[in-house]
Design a protein around this ligand. Structure first.
Ligand code: SF4
Ligand code: MG
Length: 342
């Protein structure tokens, strides 16, 4: 079966005064129908730009250079006209951002946000759309849904607003939901509720989800597969259980070490790995993680490791792939570690 989403060799560059910043530098991902893919990385790793590129939200032009292909349900996104994109956003793919106010108009009632989409995409009549909007609000766990329809965004808490945004995203029953740091602005208890909500919707609607987070703990229990991004590139990808039980990339290993052990890992600060991202306006020579890697050897400074599965070279979508010359938990990795400790 062809995957629902297939993004091949995506490169997204932004023109800056210092040259082109390669925010996404050759990323390929696939998402099957109903699957949840977690994309994890520090701020600046390119995960949000990747999400927006896949959505077709970034417009190619003098300031933005985009190459690579995105195929969704067998259709090439680049070939879609603007008028077609209007029917792509909503019924096919929807997106939830970190700040619910990005998607809400402060002067518009909650109900109107949802009914507009129902009427535009599904041609629903006013009353039917209103009933459906109330249904959607209940579905995302908003009590007294009917009464909420007439309220304005500022009358709701941050968590409730994010639920409204999710209800809006679900209005047209998209095949794929891209959630970019959907809970980062919320407190820990509400975070968990919203993440559980997304997971249950993924189950009950068989809707594929791309869950983007800086927090490995957030995606851990809620993704089928995880892709770890660093400096615009995927460092490692595997089934969630596999990546957690046997990380192969030193960056993934470092991220895991940053997860608090004793409590539920909902609040991980990835910035505990010393050092910062490389200058992404300069050509990348060697491994982009080398400056922060405790396994780095000379080879790492000259050869950019390719994303591949270590043992067999098998490149099916379920494979465990990593981009490293001295992977963790291998004789080469051990030898590199010993060499560096001497
Ligand atoms: Fe570290 Fe080298 Fe692997 Fe890069 S290729 S992650 S520098 S060991
Ligand atoms: Mg982001």
């Amino acid at each position: 079966d062809a995957p629902l989403l297939q993004a091949d060799n995506i490169r997204t560059g932004f023109a800056t005064a210092r040259g082109q910043l390669r925010a996404v530098d050759g990323v390929s991902i696939t998402v099957a129908a109903g699957e949840t893919l977690g994309i994890v990385g520090e701020s600046g790793s390119g995960k949000s730009v990747l999400g927006r590129t896949i959505m077709g939200l970034l417009e190619k032009g003098p300031a933005i250079d985009i190459t690579g292909t995105v195929t969704f349900a067998g259709r090439d996104l680049a070939s879609m006209k603007k008028s077609e994109m209007k029917h792509f956003w909503g019924p096919e793919v929807a997106m939830v951002f970190q700040d619910p106010m990005t998607s809400l108009n402060p002067f518009k009632r909650i109900g109107t946000h949802i009914t507009e989409s129902l009427r535009f995409h599904l041609g629903m009549k006013k009353d039917a759309a209103r009933d459906r909007a109330a249904e959607l609000l209940s579905m995302v766990g908003i009590p007294e849904a009917k009464r909420r329809l007439d309220q304005f965004p500022h009358e709701l808490s941050g968590g409730m607003r994010q639920r409204v945004v999710i209800a809006m995203a679900l209005a047209c029953e998209p095949k794929l939901l891209i959630a970019d740091e959907p809970t980062t602005a919320l407190d820990v208890t509400v975070q968990k509720q919203i993440l559980d909500l997304l997971a249950s919707l993924n189950d009950s609607l068989n809707m594929a989800v791309i869950l983007i987070s800086h927090d490995l703990g957030v995606v851990s229990g809620r993704s089928d597969r995880v892709a770890v991004m660093y400096a615009g590139s995927v460092m490692e990808t595997a089934a969630t259980e596999e990546i957690f039980s046997r990380p192969r990339h030193p960056y993934t290993e470092a991220l895991m070490a940053a997860i608090p052990r004793l409590e539920h890992p909902t609040h991980t600060v990835l910035q505990t790995i010393p050092g910062g991202l490389p200058d992404m306006t300069k050509p990348m020579v060697g491994c982009r993680f080398a400056a922060r890697c405790k396994y780095a050897q000379e080879k790492c400074l000259t050869d950019d490791p390719e994303l591949a599965s270590g043992a067999t070279g098998d490149r099916t979508s379920g494979a465990h792939e990593f981009a490293c010359h001295f992977p963790v938990d291998t004789p080469e990795g051990m030898a590199a570690l010993v060499a560096n400790e001497e």
